[in-house]
Ligand binder design. Structure first.
Ligand SMILES: NC(=O)c1ccc[n+]([C@@H]2O[C@H](COP(=O)([O-])OP(=O)(O)OC[C@H]3O[C@@H](n4cnc5c(N)ncnc54)[C@H](O)[C@@H]3O)[C@@H](O)[C@H]2O)c1
Length: 322
């Protein structure tokens, strides 16, 4: 089987390409990526070129998308603008890529009729809004959408257009909404790699606001396994929430990074809070567990330790990016 992976040179996409090729030796991947600032060909170093075809192109471009879908049965759509802070500075590219780019892919998949057996859309828990710190409430598949940043609004819009192609056109779609990922190949603007790299460089670690915001962390390999479970067992038309069972205050994550690296907490620098900063995300993945037999395996402590080691061992990867 041939899969089209969009955004396969980015953080999660490149981990997924590696994961899928390792676990599905008969399969081939076409990888469509525009190589924006977040896309990095080095993320694909060492991948077998006989099973992986890279197309440098944009999901908003109809001709490129037509070519990329040749021979493809399953689309796994990661490509997106993904950084909340950048969406606050300028939202247009988020709407263009995340909404209109997704629409271009949907149109091409629809045009191909029975050829496309599944269109899987990768989304985020941020579409559900923000939870209060002290509640036990968690996001689940039936939580009403309440996106609060331009990024999450663009992802929410993309989820809606994907679902509309299922209901209106019968396109065989699935959607996953996942919590915050971490692991290798994570671009150094995001919390965990930024903290690791700044600690390595002995420069201040900027923490937004009071540092008490909570995220539910999932190791990227667990996310890849969750997507695999959906691609192989997920019911068409359904949405699955994937979480890491690892809610942590940002400040505790930062302190844990410093402890693992044997660095002083005086490097922590509280900075002005992000505009509209969502307070807490948490995911209830019981649908994925019951229906697909999936649950995250790696503990946050183990995953974070491995991630710190990865950044220590891969200075050649992150140095050109800072
Ligand atoms: N990182 C997370 O914690 C997280 C959590 C849940 C969901 N997601 C979703 O997972 C997906 C991947 O996230 P990520 O963290 O790997 O992002 P990333 O920013 O690391 O990678 C995005 C990739 O998409 C490519 N891309 C961007 N615009 C494109 C375009 N117009 N055409 C083709 N390629 C384009 C980039 O070059 C890059 O390789 C996104 O859809 C994101 O919303 C991310």
């Amino acid at each position: 089987m041939r899969l089209l992976v969009t955004g396969g040179a980015g953080f999660i996409g490149s981990n997924f390409v590696r994961y899928w090729l390792a676990n599905h030796p008969e399969d081939q991947i076409t990888d469509l990526d525009a190589l924006t600032y977040a896309g990095n060909p080095r993320n694909l170093d060492g991948i077998d070129g006989r099973r992986h075809t890279f197309i440098h192109g944009d999901i908003r471009d109809v001709t490129t998308v037509e070519k990329a879908m040749d021979g493809v049965e399953v689309v796994v759509h990661f490509a997106a603008e993904s950084h909340v802070d950048r969406s606050i500075d300028g939202a247009r590219i988020f709407l263009e890529t995340n909404l209109l780019g997704t629409h271009t892919l949907l149109e091409e998949a629809k045009r191909r009729g029975d050829q496309i057996k599944r269109f899987h859309h990768i989304s985020t828990d941020e579409v559900f809004g923000s939870l209060t710190i002290n509640s036990v409430e968690k996001f689940h598949e039936d939580t009403p959408y309440d996106p609060r940043s331009p990024y999450s609004a663009s992802k929410a819009a993309s989820d809606h257009i994907v679902r509309s192609y299922f209901h209106t056109h019968g396109l065989p779609v699935t959607i996953s909404n996942c919590s915050n990922n971490y692991g290798p190949n994570h671009f150094p603007e995001k919390l965990i790699p930024l903290m690791i790299i700044n600690a390595m460089r002995d420069i201040p670690l900027p923490v937004y606001g009071d540092g008490m915001n909570i995220r539910d962390w999932i190791h990227v390999e667990d996310h890849c396994a969750g997507i695999e479970a959906i691609l192989t067992k997920g019911r068409i038309g359904e949405t699955y929430c994937l979480g890491g069972n690892a809610e942590r205050h940002n400040i505790d994550v930062v302190k844990q990074v410093l402890a693992l690296m044997e660095k002083q907490e005086r490097l922590i620098n509280y900075v002005e809070d992000r505009k509209g900063h969502d307070r807490r995300y948490a995911i209830d993945s019981s649908k994925a567990k019951t229906e697909l037999g999936w649950e995250p395996k790696k503990t946050f402590e183990q995953g974070l330790k491995e991630t710190v080691e990865w950044y220590k061992d891969n200075e050649h990867w992150w140095k050109p990016l800072i």
